[in-house]
Design a protein around this ligand. Sequence first.
Ligand SMILES: [Zn+2]
Length: 92
Amino acid sequence: MIGSPGAAPDGGCSRAGCREAASWRIDWRNPKIHGADRVKTWLACDEHVDYLREFLAARSFPVRVSAFDAASTDAAAPLPLGDLPAAGGERA
Ligand SMILES: [Zn+2]
């Protein structure tokens, strides 16, 4: 279900219904409800990384895609995301 993001990173793709192992991580946040230090992380397989990135980018969320190495536990800790220039001119 696309309307309910929130899957916890567990080494698998965050795309609903996808059981592929993730090779990408997508760090993002919703500036309207998340502070600058509140970063969500999705994982994605090769097939869905573009889909998930576009899903977030279309909402003008700060999003960063980086390689995910399931063997590296360090990858589980999201880094703070800065504000990216948002489309639409919305200002809090
Ligand atoms: Zn997938």
